[in-house]
Design a protein around this ligand. Sequence first.
Ligand code: NCD
Length: 304
Amino acid sequence: MKHLIDIQDLSVEEIDELIKVANDIIANKEKYSPKCNGKKLATLFFEPSTRTRLSFEAAMLELGGSVLGFSESSSSSVSKGESVSDTIRVVGCYSDIIAMRHPKEGAPLVACQRSTVPIINAGDGGHNHPTQTLTDLLTISREKGRLNQMTIGLCGDLKFGRTVHSLINAMSRYQGIKFVLISPDELKIPDYVKTNVLDKLGIEYCETKDIEEYLPELDVLYMTRVQKERFFNEADYIRLKDYYILNKAKLEKAKKDLTILHPLPRVNEISTDVDDDPRAKYFEQALCGKYIRMALILKMLGIE
Ligand code: NCD
């Protein structure tokens, strides 16, 4: 049985195949509607979520399956002191596949060791978020027609932003990718991402505080929220939360075919006046999240 804990659990060929299936689902929705009849997805969310949990649930429902789960750990036996490992083992008796989100880095890895059904990491603390990355890759490939030969700007909270860590990991495996890492000093990309991915694979990247400096060179601009819940001190959060605000005026210097992404939720980092710009693709991205999760559920359940 295979779990999806880290985006590295999937080969480039497997990722490309998932994108192909997701595109086929988009083009032929009816064909897929009975594929998961009789199957159950459990969504165990120990941390808040809108898109990830609901897109997983919508994905399973559109495949003809059912969903169960919880969206707050306070409503589960975790609040009585049950371990994640025990919870997962029990939920495996009631479901065929589990998507879980947890505030502790590594919790899904621990959970999958005793699980009787496939586990999908739907975000673990400030660490990884592989299914958001699959969503991002589907969106980029649909917008650009390719996943190689491009310059990607990642802006905001690169320290705690798990979506950024997984996206760097995935995109670094395609040819001709350059990263511009835009963050305040306090929220720079962790050293382990540089050592284990960027430096190890010899990926070209630069770090800057200034969002406008490299904007004209970017093919993709990936904005992120400052991750309030991971800060130890509220004063630091307040000081950094509005460090970047992308607006229409700043975008004048950007390429005409820039793709602007954001995993959402947005707080202030993209002004709403950008939403009507044809380059803003974050709501399309949220929709891609449902289709790629449909493809992923099929793959993990071994359904053709
Ligand atoms: C992201 C997450 O949970 O890491 N949201 C999501 O899954 N779409 C980004 C965030 O919360 O900032």
